[in-house]
Design a binder for this molecule. Structure first.
Ligand SMILES: O=C(O)[C@H](O)[C@@H](O)[C@H](O)[C@H](O)COP(=O)(O)O
Length: 256
C-alpha cells in the first residue's frame, strides 16, 4: 500500500486539464509496459471535466484505444441511457469520441437490464464480469492500472458513503440503498476492491471539499470518511485545486 502524494493546481479547469494529461500518459505507459491498459472511471462533475479534457487532447491519438479496458467504480442505478448514469456521461464526454473495442467497455448494469432489476443481483453480475476478466489463477479481479475517484463533501468515494452498511460488505461489488447523494440506489466497488488498483487517483475541486480532503489526509477513520480508506498498491495520488487543498494537514502544506 502506498503513501499519499498530492498535486495542487490553480483552479478546477487547470486541474481537469492536468489530470487528463496525466491519464493519457498513464494509459500510454501501461500499454508500453504490458501491451494494454485498464482504467476504472467514476462519476461526478470533476471526473466528467477530466474525460472532456482528455477527448480534446490531440495526443489521445497516440493511445491504442482498442487495447484499453474501461470499468466503472460506481454507478447510479437508473435505466440504460439515462443522462444521470455515470456511463452515459462518460460516453458523451470521452468514450464515444475514441475508437474503443465495445467488448472491453464494461459499464455497471442498468436498472432496466434484461437480466433483472434487482440492485443486489446487478452487483453480483458485475462481480462475475470482473471475475471473467481476472488474471489466471485464483484472482477474482482484473488488473486495474489506474482507478479514478471523485470525493464528496462528506468524504464519500465512488458510492461508498460514511457509516453506510456497504463498509461491511464482503463481496467485491455492492448494491447501495439509501445513498445520501441522489439517486438513492447505486452499485459500487467496495473499498477493498478499489484498493487492489495499481494507482488510485482522488480528484477534488472546490472549497466545499476542503474539509473532507483535510480530514482524510489527517488519517480519519474510513467508516466515518471513506476517502481516508483508499490506497493504491503503488500510488495514491490526490489531485486537487487550490480551494480543495485549503485545509491540508501541516505535513502536506509545502505542496500548495
Ligand atoms: O456517482 C457519483 O456521484 C460519484 O461517482 C461520486 O463518488 C462523485 O465522484 C463524487 O460525489 C464527486 O462528485 P463531484 O465531482 O460532482 O463533486
Amino acid at each position: 500500500m502506498s503513501e499519499a502524494s498530492i498535486a495542487v493546481h490553480a483552479d478546477a479547469e487547470l486541474l481537469a486539464q492536468a489530470v487528463a494529461a496525466r491519464l493519457l500518459v498513464r494509459i500510454l505507459d501501461a500499454q508500453t509496459g504490458r501491451g494494454q491498459a485498464s482504467v476504472v472511471l467514476t462519476g461526478g462533475r470533476i471526473a466528467t471535466a477530466v474525460y472532456r479534457a482528455l477527448a480534446a487532447l490531440p495526443a489521445r491519438e497516440a493511445v491504442d484505444w482498442s487495447r484499453v479496458d474501461v470499468w466503472w467504480g460506481d454507478e447510479r442505478f437508473l435505466p440504460e441511457g439515462d443522462p444521470q448514469r455515470n456511463a452515459t456521461q462518460a460516453r458523451a464526454a470521452l468514450l464515444d469520441a475514441v475508437p474503443l473495442d465495445p467488448a472491453r467497455v464494461h459499464p455497471m448494469p442498468a436498472s432496466d437490464d434484461p437480466a433483472g432489476s434487482d440492485p443486489e443481483e446487478a452487483a453480483g453480475r458485475y462481480a462475475a464480469e470482473l471475475a471473467r476478466a481476472a488474471r489466471p489463477g485464483t484472482a477474482v479481479l482484473p488488473h486495474f492500472d489506474v482507478l479514478l475517484l471523485g470525493v464528496g463533501e462528506d468524504g464519500h468515494v465512488a458510492s461508498v458513503f460514511p457509516e453506510h452498511p456497504v463498509h461491511y460488505e464482503n463481496r467485491p461489488v455492492s448494491a447501495v440503498r439509501g445513498s445520501p447523494k441522489p439517486p438513492p440506489i447505486r452499485t459500487t466497488l467496495t473499498l477493498p476492491t478499489i484498493n487492489t488498483a495499481e494507482e488510485v487517483w482522488l480528484i477534488a475541486s472546490g472549497a466545499d471539499k476542503a474539509r473532507a480532503v483535510g480530514l482524510a489526509l489527517a488519517g480519519a477513520g474510513p467508516v466515518q470518511l471513506p476517502a481516508a480508506g483508499v490506497r493504491g498498491i503503488n500510488r495514491t495520488l490526490w489531485l486537487l485545486d487550490r480551494s480543495a487543498a485549503a485545509d491540508l494537514p501541516a505535513r502536506f502544506r509545502s505542496v500548495r
